[in-house]
Write a protein that binds this ligand. Sequence first.
Ligand SMILES: [Zn+2]
Length: 61
Amino acid sequence: MTNCGECTRLERVKEEARAEGDYSKVTDCNVLLKKHPDHPSSAPPESPQRPEAPKPRKART
Ligand SMILES: [Zn+2]
């Protein structure tokens, strides 16, 4: 589902919590997974706020 190490860890914790019937913990993990910050695939941790490169727009005649 994801290559993110932290998300993978949370998924495991979630599965364990579900197996134990600890659904409040499952919800907790879901929240953490949802609001998990930068993923390497989408945004490199070096530059969390990457300014968009200016795209040269050629005006059509
Ligand atoms: Zn993640």
